[in-house]
Every structure is written in structure tokens, then in C-alpha cells.
Design a protein around this ligand. Structure first.
Ligand SMILES: Nc1ncnc2c1ncn2[C@@H]1O[C@H](COP(=O)(O)OP(=O)(O)OP(=O)(O)O)[C@@H](O)[C@H]1O
Ligand SMILES: [Mg+2]
Length: 243
């Protein structure tokens, strides 16, 4: 899938409030605005509880803003139904989670090819494509194992292969290295860097400075506000301001 617009992500005045049982509510995102161009590599940072995953879930079309607009590749996401969102996810986006989210009782090939089931692609072809995608993440030969039979770093590469199987234009990753040691984390970040060089837009959340250093741009969130948006290498705490 190739995106049609140079600006692939356009977030305008996005607010997110969670409404809880008993009438309580919490405003988590407060007037977030930014754009991402095709081919960028963005790290989203910020303290625990600042709203990073909330923002990521909106960007990845897993949730919708309470108000404001989110345009993904020219399509207004805020106006779509859940069915339509699922379609956009399948066509444009790959999502990678901190805890890999693999089906532990299914083979690696089954895990990687899962998104193809929704496209009615037959089993033999799904397997073939999974094997090919595993080569892309350096896991050739592992297709028939179970996730429990490979390491954590390899499990995350399986999750990345699954995210890639629909040929997405953008990969969103929420703390993809959060459960990995620093060497394995670097390997995963090298893989994201390669994918970015191949033209895939990458937006990832991280707590770690070393991980953010792989990105060119950094967006920092603090208490639901965007407080920095610029080159990663030019970031300093003194430059933080509501922006
Ligand atoms: N589904 C939900 N319902 C109610 N409140 C929520 C929900 N999800 C998140 N929150 C609250 O929103 C705030 C921001 O949460 P979020 O998960 O976005 O933070 P985060 O920046 O990703 O934190 P971390 O770095 O710990 O992952 C927190 O106070 C959290 O308790
Ligand atoms: Mg989070």
C-alpha cells in the first residue's frame, strides 16, 4: 500500500476524555496538534500516565478522539464507524505492542499471517507469505515453531512481521522495546530503521533515550499537552513549552 498524501498524519485539536462508572471523568489529551509526513521516523516520549498510549491508540485507529479531528492519509478517522476503522487499520497501518500480543498456542506462521484471514486469502498462500515476511525480519526457518520456543526479541520480530504482512505505509509501536534487554532492543530498533529506510513511516512510543535516538523527530507529551516537537537531536528540557 502506498499512501497518496505527503502528509500522512494530521492531528487537529485532539482532546480525549475517559468517562468512568460513577460519573467520574478524566481529560487525558488536551488540544494536541501535529502533522507527520510520509517517511518520517517519530519518537513520542513523556512521563508515565501523560497520555502517550491514549494518543497512540487514536493514531492507530484503535480508539477515537472525544473531540478534534484526525486525518490519516487524507481520510477523516474521527467520522468513521468501528467497521470502517478496522478496514483502515488493515489497509494502511501496522501496530506493534510492548507485550508482543502473539497467540501462544499457534505457530509463528499462523501469527504472522493472521491479518490475511480477514482478506479471505487461502491457507497455503497465507503460509507462503508468512515465510517470506519472516525472512524480512531475519527469522527464516522459524515458521513452524510456537512463540514459547523463541526468545523475546524474536517474538517481537514475529509481531513486526505480522504488522508488515499487509504492506502498511505506517507502523505504530507502543514501547516495542519495553520488555527487551538493551542489546535485543537495539536489534529491534535497527529493524525499524531499515523499514524506515524502505519508506515506511514509523511512529513509536518510548521511555528510553537510547531508543528515541533512533528517531529523527521527537514529540514530547506531558500531562496531556504537547510540550516539544522537533528534531530529536536538538531536544533539551529547557526547550519544553506547551506547543
Ligand atoms: N481506558 C481507560 N479508562 C480510563 N482511564 C484511562 C484509560 N486508559 C488510560 N487511562 C488514564 O489516562 C491516563 C493516561 O494513560 P496512558 O495509558 O495514555 O499513559 P501513558 O503515557 O501511555 O503511560 P505509560 O508510560 O505508563 O504507559 C492515565 O491516568 C490513565 O489512568
Ligand atoms: Mg503507555
Amino acid at each position: 500500500m502506498t499512501v497518496k498524501n505527503t502528509t500522512v498524519i494530521d492531528v487537529k485539536h485532539v482532546f480525549k476524555t475517559y468517562f468512568m462508572d460513577g460519573g467520574n471523568s478524566q481529560q487525558v489529551l488536551k488540544d494536541i496538534n501535529f502533522q507527520v509526513k510520509s517517511g518520517e521516523f517519530v519518537a513520542i516520549m513523556g512521563p508515565s500516565g501523560s497520555g502517550k498510549s491514549t494518543l497512540m491508540n487514536i493514531l492507530g485507529c484503535l480508539d477515537k478522539p472525544t473531540s478534534g479531528t484526525y486525518i490519516l492519509d487524507g481520510q477523516d478517522i474521527s467520522a468513521k464507524t468501528d467497521m470502517e476503522l478496522a478496514k483502515v487499520r488493515g489497509q494502511t497501518i501496522g501496530f506493534v505492542f510492548q507485550n508482543f500480543n502473539l497467540m501462544m498456542k499457534r505457530t509463528i506462521a499462523d501469527n504472522v499471517s493472521l491479518p490475511l484471514i480477514y482478506q479471505n486469502i487461502e491457507e497455503k498462500e497465507r503460509y507462503k507469505r508468512a515465510v517470506k515476511m519472516l525472512e524480512r525480519v531475519n527469522l527464516q526457518g522459524y515458521q513452524d515453531r510456537l512463540p514459547s520456543q523463541i526468545s523475546g526479541g524474536m517474538q517481537q520480530r514475529v509481531a513486526i512481521a505480522r504488522a508488515l504482512i499487509n504492506n502498511p505505509a505506517i507502523i505504530f509501536a507502543d514501547e516495542p522495546t519495553g520488555n527487551l534487554d538493551s542489546k535485543t532492543s537495539d536489534e529491534i530498533m535497527d529493524l525499524f530503521t531499515d523499514l524506515n529506510k524502505q519508506g515506511i513511516t514509523i511512529v513509536l512510543v518510548t521511555h528510553e533515550d537510547d531508543v528515541a535516538d533512533f528517531a529523527t523527530r521527537m514529540i514530547k507529551i506531558s500531562d496531556g499537552h504537547k510540550v516539544y516537537d522537533g528534531l530529536r537531536k536538538e531536544y533539551s528540557k529547557e526547550k519544553e513549552t506547551k506547543c
